[in-house]
Design a protein around this ligand. Structure first.
Ligand code: N7H
Length: 492
């Protein structure tokens, strides 16, 4: 209970309830940093619910259970696939800071945050995403995502307010309220100013819960031992992770962040990922024609799941709705169907399928179970409509967000060592078919998809156009502190 009241609500237990969500990126006026820090402390005093803790979310869920007995909890968290979703009006807010923001705050604080002791060389958080992206072991991002004059290119973002809830009215009202409490005004006295904002929306009606390529998202999440039973399934033991994988302060071996004030905090990776739905659709159709398969089956091969969420490991030839929902949708312990030891088996699920690349379910690749993240993203932009070219000129994608105690072992590891690595988990894998990027065309075409056992892979030129489906538009790394830190070290 103490832990739950100390941790911000988006991190554990399914996260803030989100049908509508605003990420409000701000910069702190250096000469107002002191009053900004004081406001943070005041805003989180006893009885002040400006920012939601995990406990607040759990209380809300309990209230929901009592009001609607028998209706699945998932409808409250919005985190899992479900048929009908009922929503109670609810809203929650969280706050996170970039390293740049913490530096500014630290200059105004009497407590020593010991930021100079924090970094190990090339720590992603200390570098910030722009420099990390361009470093020698970078993320493979297009430089345009961090170009001068763009929100994430100008080294201005000190923090992000995340406000999420059941509709836009309630979210906008809460955002204005929280901004006011932090000292935002429209005159020169303002403590903070907006750099940019991103608005996410769960898609409408039939597409509720699905991302823009048409797949159910938010199914597979690790469950944090003793804290978070959501998704925990005894048949998939590796899906249960220790709390130190998500929360800072529980593993002294974690050299990337070990200051006492950071305990119960978590690192947030935010990436605005535009999805080119037309390119995805074209590639899927063109591969399907060459392979004499249905486009739906090709899409399922690229993702590792059918649009419903049903994993192709359990139903390789056709969708089975009865396997689409938790816990069944997660009940496949690994991707290897047949022979002992080899990871090479490609006949059920391609080595480059998105869910295989991002969670290989093989302890040899993650012996300590630390390359895991809690995903908390939300789609943005209107639905793609092939009949309406004006609509399609608008942008759409995923406001990707995930939490981990160590960015190097979490997001960065998954993106660079797995998704972007053409030989992972075996030579012939190619890049992650959804998010892989290296800038090297050759890598992109190295990929085997087999539709039927014993068949040889399609020739690689079948796949022109892959790895162009998702394009980074900017992003940043943040630290999401505990309530103890906000009341203490970060405000005094
Ligand atoms: Fe992915 N998608 O909606 O198409 N992702 N993802 N992702 N992703 C998953 O299991 C998607 C991205 C992971 O445990 C599903 O919830 C899209 C990044 C992980 O089985 C679908 C984008 C990273 C998993 C998508 C995107 C990850 C996962 C299956 C970008 C980290 C769990 C549904 C626009 C670097 C794997 C589900 C497991 C699953 C989609 C980005 C990671 C449908 C469109 C950047 C760890």
């Amino acid at each position: 209970k103490v832990l739950f009241t100390d941790v911000q609500g988006d991190i554990l237990a399914g996260g803030l309830p989100k049908k509508h969500e605003i990420f409000w990126f701000f910069t702190i006026h250096p000469n107002k940093a002191k009053s900004f820090c004081q406001n943070i402390g005041n805003a989180t005093g006893d009885g002040m619910l400006t920012f939601s803790s995990v406990q607040n979310i759990l209380d809300e869920r309990q209230k929901f259970r009592q009001t609607f007995p028998g209706v699945s909890d998932n409808v409250v968290t919005g985190a899992n696939p479900s048929g009908s979703r009922h929503w109670v009006p609810s809203v929650g807010a969280n706050i996170s800071f970039s390293f740049r923001g913490l530096k500014k705050m630290s200059a105004a604080l009497s407590t020593d945050l010991k930021l100079d002791h924090l970094p190990v060389p090339d720590d992603p958080f200390v570098s910030g995403m722009k420099r990390d992206s361009m470093s020698a072991d970078g993320l493979g991002d297009p430089p345009s995502a961090f170009a001068a004059g763009t929100p994430f290119g100008d080294d201005q973002i000190d923090g992000v307010l995340i406000v999420a809830g059941s509709n836009d009215l309630i979210v906008n009202a809460a955002l204005s309220g929280v901004m006011g409490i932090l000292g935002f005004t429209k005159d020169a006295n303002s403590t903070i100013a907006e750099v940019s904002r991103e608005t996410g929306n769960v898609r409408l009606q039939a597409n509720d819960g699905k991302e823009h390529f048409g797949f159910e998202d938010g199914i597979s999440q690790p469950a944090v031992k003793d804290i978070d039973d959501n998704g925990a399934d005894p048949e998939v033991p590796d899906n249960v992770i220790d709390r130190h994988v998500i929360l800072v302060g529980y593993d002294t071996r974690n050299i990337h962040a070990q200051q006492p004030w950071m305990k119960n905090g978590s690192f947030l990776c935010f990436r605005k990922l535009e999805q080119h739905v037309d390119k995805w659709n074209q590639a899927v159709v063109s591969i399907a024609e060459k392979a004499n398969e249905s486009p739906e089956r090709v899409g399922a091969k690229l993702m590792g799941r059918w649009p419903s969420g049903c994993p192709i490991m359990l139903s390789p030839r056709e969708n089975d709705n009865s396997l689409a929902r938790l816990p069944k949708s997660n009940r496949f312990p690994n991707f290897v169907k047949s022979d002992a030891g080899s990871n090479q088996d490609n006949s059920m699920c391609p080595l480059g399928a998105h869910i295989r690349k991002t969670n290989p379910r093989d302890r040899r690749f993650d012996p300590n179970g630390i390359h895991r993240i809690l995903r908390r993203g939300i789609p943005y932009g209107p639905d793609f409509d092939p009949e309406n070219s004006a609509n399609n000129a608008q942008k759409r994608g995923l406001l990707f967000a995930c939490y981990q105690s160590d960015l190097t072992q979490g997001f960065k590891f998954i993106q660079t060592r797995w998704a972007n690595a053409p030989k992972f988990p075996e030579p012939g894998a190619g890049l992650d078919l959804t998010i892989g990027q290296t800038g090297d065309e050759q890598d992109a075409f190295q990929m085997d998809i087999v539709f039927n056992p014993g068949q040889s892979p399609l020739p690689s030129n079948t796949f022109s156009g892959i790895n162009q489906f998702v394009e980074l538009k900017g992003g940043e790394y943040f630290f999401t502190p505990s309530f103890t830190a906000m009341r203490g070290a970060l405000s005094k």
